[in-house]
Design a protein around this ligand. Structure first.
Ligand code: TRP
Ligand code: ZN
Length: 504
């Protein structure tokens, strides 16, 4: 049974190439001390260069004692993702990108970036970290003044000049560059800044943003963004939000995008390629900005024709569309990739209608309400998959009940049922069960509490947690509150046990 194929966008696993995101480890030992560049050549990866030696680890800020901001946000699946002691408010990314030369030149691009990051400290800090994996930093400034930094493995450590108080707002500028390659996630799937012959496909879930900008890379640290992406004339750079400006000079075109809705870093994109941009107006006046590779024959493009209807369909169920714009990127450089990049879903060739519905539904479920921890990923994928089930039913295809029965037809001894949906482990974030058992959970919940409570729950979920994050525990609590039912057994059976549900 092609369950995954029928309901979920496939994610193509690529053969493991040498882990390119580590290729800059020589650069990982670059220290700049108050304007004096000191390279600690020969420092082994992970070994701290002399000046960056503090053996102290982050400690709780007792009695206002200054601390070294933690190197992670505390997510057990990705301990180094995100950072302690800071809360990013806004990223301004100024990128200049040169794609690879024609084959047989290596598939490597060149990226130069200046990230201007406005953040607020949440502790009294001596130092804080950003996530950065690959690019090499040449300079860091805080409020316009050069400051000391070090790159240690996948962390960029930034020392404050003096101390930063709790609640201080600072502007951090990071100057960096990278030879871009084709990074892969812990499962071996391409992600992050994926270099293509005509540009790059930039799809970073779950922790790939650090391959292209210094970032607090955890969904709990949402921020607004703007982008200025300069590429050779003829190429188009597509990011989130709305296009503010396009201007050319000396053979280079700068694409300026503004993304004013709070966004988790994994949903940011700056995809570059041969695209044709079209803007239309969707329901409720939502601008739909599509970027489609004109070389793609229609049969190979994504099936976007029903997008406006889908926008209405999901707005009726989940509440008003939450962002300034929507649209799709359809890139010919990959097969089988689809990501719900915020306001601008990414599709590779031949994305079917079900996948188009899935990524659109993510804008509410996953993007506006994001997972509090990566263990909560079923709340993204379960809702998006269930959205496709509902769309299919609406469209006269399989009913949601039939899709549910297809999942329930999987034998109890199939490994499909051995996933703990609400704690699948970092290597199973995108397992079939996260999608299909996740969707089945929602369908069973709908049966358990009835249509009225179910759709009330969906709307309250989005209204309550939109713009932020929420966990499985939050979902369980809201479901009980809205339905007035005790759902302990229900959720235990459906999302906490690695066993096929038989009664609930
Ligand atoms: N969230 C994607 C989906 O819609 C799957 C996915 C996870 C992905 N990580 C990715 C897609 C990285 C592209 C790149 O199901
Ligand atoms: Zn999805």
């Amino acid at each position: 049974m092609d369950l995954l194929g029928s309901t979920s966008p496939a994610r193509r696993s690529t053969p493991r190439v040498s882990p390119s995101r580590r290729r800059a480890s020589a650069a990982a030992a670059l220290v700049l001390c108050l304007g004096l560049a000191t390279t600690a050549a020969g420092a082994a990866p992970g070994e701290q260069p002399d000046r960056a030696q503090p053996a102290e680890r982050a400690q709780p800020s007792e009695q206002g004692r200054p601390v070294l901001g933690d190197d992670g946000a505390g997510d057990p699946y990705f301990p180094l993702a995100g950072n302690g002691g800071i809360d990013v408010d806004h990223y301004s990314l100024d990128l200049t990108y040169t794609p690879p030369e024609a084959a047989p030149a290596p598939l490597e691009g060149h990226l130069e970036g200046v990230a201007t990051i406005r953040l607020t400290t949440t502790e009294k800090l001596r130092r804080f970290n950003l996530d950065l994996r690959g690019p090499e930093v040449s300079q860091v400034r805080i409020d316009g003044k050069r400051t000391r930094f070090a790159q240690v493995e996948n962390e960029l450590q930034v020392w404050a000049r003096g101390l930063l108080h709790q609640g201080e707002e600072v502007e951090v500028e990071v100057f960096y560059e990278a030879t871009t390659t084709r990074p892969t996630d812990i499962e071996g799937a391409l992600y992050g800044w994926v270099t293509t012959r005509d540009g790059a496909m930039v799809v970073s879930e779950p922790d790939g943003s650090a391959t292209w900008f210094p970032v607090s890379d955890h969904p709990t640290d949402k921020a607004t963004y703007d982008f200025e992406i300069t590429v050779p004339d003829g190429l188009v750079a597509v990011a989130n939000g709305v296009l503010e400006d396009e201007s050319s000079e000396d053979g280079w075109t700068t694409w300026t995008w503004d993304a004013p809705d709070p966004m988790a870093a994994y949903l940011a994109t700056a995809t570059v390629g041969d695209f044709e941009l079209t803007t239309t107006t969707g329901p409720d006046g939502i601008p739909i900005i599509d970027a489609i590779d004109p070389a793609l024959p229609p049969a190979n493009s994504a099936d976007l024709t029903r997008t406006p209807e889908m926008l209405e369909f999901f707005a009726e169920r989940y509440g008003p569309y939450p962002f300034v714009s929507y649209g799709a990127i359809v890139d010919d450089d990959s097969v089988g990739y689809a990501l719900e990049t915020q306001t601008r879903s990414f599709f590779s060739v031949r994305a079917r209608e079900g996948t188009v519905a899935h990524e659109l539904a993510h804008q509410w479920m996953g993007n506006h309400v994001s997972p509090g921890r990566w263990a909560d990923i079923w709340l993204n994928e379960g809702w998006a998959s269930y959205s496709t089930w509902m769309w299919n039913e609406h469209d006269g295809d399989a009913t949601a009940q039939e899709s549910f029965e297809q999942v329930m037809a999987i034998p109890a001894d199939n490994g499909f049922w051995s996933v703990v949906v609400a704690d699948p482990g970092s290597l199973c974030l995108f397992c079939g069960a996260i999608y299909d058992r996740g969707a089945a959970t929602l369908h069973a919940l709908r049966g358990e509490i009835g249509d009225d409570a179910f759709f009330e729950l969906a709307q309250q979920w989005v209204a309550t947690y939109g713009g932020g994050t929420a966990t499985t525990a939050d979902f369980e609590a809201l479901a009980e509150e809205v339905s007035g039912q005790d759902l302990t057994t229900f959720f235990d059976v459906w999302v906490h046990q690695p066993v096929k549900p038989t009664e609930w």
